[in-house]
Design a protein around this ligand. Structure first.
Ligand SMILES: Nc1ncnc2c1ncn2[C@@H]1O[C@H](COP(=O)(O)OP(=O)(O)OP(=O)(O)O)[C@@H](O)[C@H]1O
Length: 976
């Protein structure tokens, strides 16, 4: 019988070691250290394809300084090779990144937004789009500082319809298995308020909605059924064990006070923990026995509120606890020792329901303090620590055969750091204070990541400097200090981040929540966490010598025997502290249930000052200056954040204001331009009508004149047209003023009044026996360049003059071309006169030298005529202006003549002159209305003749020249 336990012991040890090796995926810390020290050569060897090459590659390394021994070129070239950062940062057998899961909360009906701004695009990725940026506005026009659309990847994305069971199986069950196999783990939920963190951890009220915590407890107890240990040892600190006492197994006496007892009774009634139990079982090593210990802690960073006294209220105290470093003796292989919460009560749990009741108590406390802070949601970080002490059944009294593994489940407070961005001052400070631990957690992750990268690169690179690869110790000296100490939360979890187990992060998101920016922040935090590598190792086996069971004493230290939970424990309730009043109520959720209320006075005490020996083994320097500097940095960060948010809000508001103003201006401009365009179009239309009308009247466009002058001519039609012309509105006063105002340019004048209007005015003036008040400026200006205005010729004289001119033209060959061109120009000018006439054209008209009509014409002209042309060209000023003057005078005379006829609103008197000049035999009587008294004059048949075009004139001129060259003087008949 005596040998049996020994054999069992030996086998158990082997089994423990084997189990640790087989079940724990990573080696122990010692192994890891060895592996790390080997890593550089492994990295070097990794470049060699086979064993033979390894040998050749080693030689130059051994004789590195011996330049006389050349290394094989192949291996030499490979020696300094290095892995890329990406390769180095790949997960391997020893380490793995923090696992990040995303859980999307379903829409609950209270959300105003109908469509979520985050949608899963695969099992591992989600797309997040700013709901306020439907137009994909450019970043500078956006009020939000977060990017408008981003894709985030996770280890797995759980859509809204995921059941609690599925979620637990994929995310937490592996950690529960680890716990039972002797490996620690951490799971924390992260997200803004109302995103479902508490629902994920604790669960809902309905069946099958139990969260990961009750399920974890269920599975642990399902799995160790029949394997419960005697509980001779209890876990202490992080990894240590010590002899337990009977009090550890006592169910906590919840509340001796009657009112509070009522409350807790109803709590007990509510806590029917078994109705939603998870039946899953994990196969465990049945050679071991297990004891489960549970503690509930809260990280509560708020500052105390002013004292509020009420003598009748019950007193509920809560004492701030200190964190103490885990002694290296508990885990000699550890490079960095974590910290434990000193004084945290822990209870040995025998069943899942007992554990759940205790958790409920912890949550009640949390709720009480949450209510105390006047907040609806959890404002503290709730932490449930489950410890499993595993020992071989064959060696129950040997503490060196014990292994303590931990699973820490953290329900973080809402990360609504920017929730109150619209407010500043106190509320922002408050938010900053509440989330200080989250901020520090982020900072720790950032520093950890950068340190890990640095270290990985130093291991991957070889041959930097003469001494070969850089010493890891040198690199470690350059690494930044991870600010774990700046928050209680990170201080509690330090051991997980430096390599004490698997870390799982659950990101909760409510895609209907209005806080897009806050959720973007959460996503960024998750992507940062994913890049941090942790080293899941098995919990150390205890090598502490067995201590005889002495209640109240352990290893020479005074040990306080733990008693039942009493709210008035003088050790717990401090003499000084902060008192606050709070009312808690239980029940009343369902119909008919009585609401239990209790008024509690809560006494809070600050963290006691560490005693001198508390920091034993704390490797971080406790320099007050450094602490003060860190505090200052924190303060400045907060100020910076506040200032950034303020300026972001101002910027967004300004942008919006400017945008609205711009929009308004553009709208006004658009209206103005469209009005202007319309009026321009109307004007153009009327102008065109006027032109057409003038062309009609000039007989160049159809023959309305003929119709008018014919038998069926209706005077009312004429009147209509006159009315139509008078509708051309260039400003009512313009016409009036323009007659008097000689400063108005010819162009403006030409636009301001139609010839019809002018003609009518002239007629009326003539009829009233009055001299025209003024002549139109254009005509006046025409006259301006006439050096010697001649008296107005009569029609006959005019005709004769024209004929004479023509004769002269025919006679004077040199001038002939010029004259004809001049005439053509004049005729063309007449057409465009009303619209485009200006001084420039006038100048052109005067100075214009016409090109020769045709090459054939030149050939036909004799040398004699060429010399005559040159002579006449030398003295053009004597004749040319005179002719122009006659034409101008002719225009006026024709105007007067038209005024006499009253029925011929001819707008182009010059044209008539030119026509008469070109076709001598045309009878002008046909143009005149029948009833118009016409003075006896030379008969012309202008209207009967086809109107001669410019080409016609040229042709005629050409013929005339030809004949002239042939010696014939009479050209009058040529026109016929
Ligand atoms: N997956 C889910 N299915 C159904 N209801 C859910 C789910 N997740 C959350 N809820 C509900 O949404 C509400 C808010 O969830 P919960 O209280 O867990 O948010 P929280 O993130 O813990 O908030 P706080 O940080 O303020 O404590 C609760 O009513 C909860 O029941």
């Amino acid at each position: 019988m005596a040998s049996k336990p020994t054999a069992t012991r030996a086998s158990s040890r082997t089994k423990v070691a084997a189990a640790a090796a087989a079940k724990a995926p990573a080696p122990t810390r010692t192994t890891r250290t060895r592996a790390a020290s080997k890593a550089p050569s492994t990295a070097s060897d990794a470049t060699d394809p086979g064993p033979a090459k390894k040998t050749t590659a080693r030689k130059p390394l051994e004789k590195r300084d011996n330049v006389d021994v050349p290394a094989p070129s192949k291996s030499k070239s490979k020696a300094p090779s290095s892995k890329s950062l990406k390769q180095v940062l790949q997960p391997d057998a020893e380490r793995e990144p923090i696992t990040a899961y995303l859980r999307i909360r379903p829409q609950l009906g209270e959300e105003s937004s109908s469509s979520p701004y985050l949608v899963p695009i695969s099992d591992t990725a989600v797309k997040m789009t700013d709901p306020h940026d439907t137009q994909n506005t450019r970043p500078q026009f956006r009020a939000s500082v977060a990017s408008p659309s981003s894709i985030y990847t996770f280890s797995h994305v759980f859509p809204p319809n995921t059941t609690q069971q599925d979620f637990f199986t994929k995310t937490t069950l592996p950690l529960v298995k680890d716990l039972l196999y002797g490996q620690s783990g951490l799971l924390f939920t992260y997200g803004v308020t109302n995103s479902g963190k508490t629902y994920t951890v604790q669960g809902g009220e309905e069946k099958a909605t139990a969260g990961i915590l009750p399920r974890t407890l269920d599975i642990i107890f399902n799995s160790i059924e029949g394997l419960h240990g005697e509980g001779k040892y209890r876990p202490v600190r992080l990894y240590g064990v010590e002899p337990a006492d009977a009090a550890d197994s006592n169910i906590p006496q919840l509340a001796p006070e009657p009112d509070l007892a009522e409350v807790f009774k109803s709590l007990d009634e509510d806590t029917n923990t078994d109705f939603d139990a998870d039946p899953t079982t994990v196969p465990v090593d049945r050679n071991h026995e297990y004891t489960v210990w549970l503690s509930y802690a809260e990280v509560y960073n708020e500052k105390p509120a002013p004292r509020a006294g009420n003598s009748k209220a019950l007193l509920l105290s809560r004492k701030a606890l200190t964190l103490r470093p885990s002694p290296p003796s508990d885990n000699p292989d550890a490079e960095v020792n974590g910290k434990y919460i000193a004084g945290l009560r822990q209870f040995r749990i025998h069943s899942a329901s007992q554990a759940k009741a205790l958790v409920k108590l912890g949550q009640l406390h949390r709720r009480v303090f949450g209510t105390l802070a006047n907040r609806e949601s959890s404002r503290s970080h709730g932490m449930v620590i489950i410890k499993v002490v595993r020992g071989h059944r064959g060696d129950r009294n040997d503490p060196s055969a014990l292994q303590v593994s931990r699973l820490t489940l953290v329900d973080l407070a809402g990360s609504e750091r920017t929730k109150h961005t619209q407010t500043t001052g106190e509320r922002l400070k408050e938010a900053g204070s509440i989330n200080k631990s989250l901020m520090v957690l982020g900072q720790c992750m950032e520093v950890l990541r950068s340190n890990q990268r640095k270290l990985a690169m130093s291991l991957a690179h070889e041959g930097s400097g003469s001494a070969g690869r850089m010493d890891t110790r040198d690199v470690k000296r350059t690494l930044a200090v991870v600010p774990f100490r700046h928050s209680k939360l990170t201080e509690c979890l330090i051991d997980y981040f430096v390599g004490d187990g698997r870390v799982v992060m659950i990101v909760n998101i409510n895609p209907y929540d209005t806080g897009y920016d806050e959720n973007s922040h959460v996503m960024k935090f998750a992507s940062l966490a994913k890049e941090i590598f942790v080293t899941p190792v098995a919990a150390p086996l205890q090598k502490a010598p067995p201590v005889p069971f002495m209640p109240g004493k352990l290893k020479g230290h005074k040990f306080k025997e733990p008693g039942p939970l009493t709210l008035k424990d003088p050790e717990i309730v401090p003499k000084t502290g902060y008192r606050r009043k709070v009312t808690i109520s239980m029940g009343g959720n369902e119909k008919g249930k009585q609401v239990n209320q209790a008024i509690l006075e809560v006494l809070e005490e600050d963290e006691p000052h560490d005693e001198g020996d508390d920091d034993d083994g704390d490797d971080e320097p406790a320099n007050p200056l450094i602490d003060a500097l860190f505090d200052e940095i924190e303060n400045l960060r907060l100020q910076l954040f506040e200032a950034e948010m303020r300026s972001a809000i101002i910027e967004a508001e300004t942008r919006e204001e400017v945008m609205h103003e711009m929009e308004e201006r553009m709208r006004l401009m658009e209206q103005k331009y469209s009005r202007r365009l319309m009026s321009e179009m109307e004007r153009n239309e009327m102008k065109t009508d006027a032109k057409i009308d003038m062309l009609h009247q000039a007989g160049l466009f159809g023959s309305p004149m003929k119709v008018r002058t014919g038998v069926g001519y209706d005077s009312s039609e004429d009147e209509e047209e006159d009315v139509e012309m008078s509708l051309i509105d260039y400003g009512p006063e313009e016409d009036e003023d323009s007659d008097d105002d000689m400063n108005i340019t010819a162009g403006a004048r030409s636009r301001s009044a139609s010839p019809l209007t002018r003609k009518e005015r002239l007629l009326s003036e003539k009829q009233s026996g009055k001299q025209p008040a003024s002549t139109p400026k254009r005509i006046v200006e025409k006259r301006e360049f006439v050096p010697d205005p001649a008296p107005l010729p009569s029609d006959t004289e005019d005709a004769e003059l024209t004929e004479m001119e023509e004769e002269e033209e025919n006679d004077e060959e040199d001038e002939d071309d010029d004259e004809d061109e001049d005439e053509n120009e004049m005729v063309e000018d007449q057409d465009d006169d009303d619209d485009d006439y200006d001084e420039e054209e006038e100048e052109e008209e005067d100075d214009w030298v016409p090109p020769p009509p045709a090459s054939a014409k030149k050939a036909a002209i004799s040398k004699a005529s060429s010399s005559a042309r040159s002579v006449s060209a030398s003295t053009p000023s004597t004749t040319k202006p005179k002719k122009v003057s006659k034409l101008a005078n002719g225009i006026d005379s024709l105007s007067l003549k038209s005024a006499r006829t009253q029925k011929s609103p001819t707008p182009a008197p010059k044209k008539k002159i030119r026509k008469s000049a070109l076709s001598d035999s045309e009878d002008e009587e046909d143009v005149e209305p029948e009833d118009t008294p016409v003075a006896p004059k030379k008969k012309r048949q202008l209207a009967k003749k086809p109107i001669m075009t410019v080409d016609g004139v040229e042709a005629v001129t050409w013929e005339a020249e030809k004949l002239n060259a042939m010696g014939k003087k009479t050209i009058r008949r040529l026109g016929n």
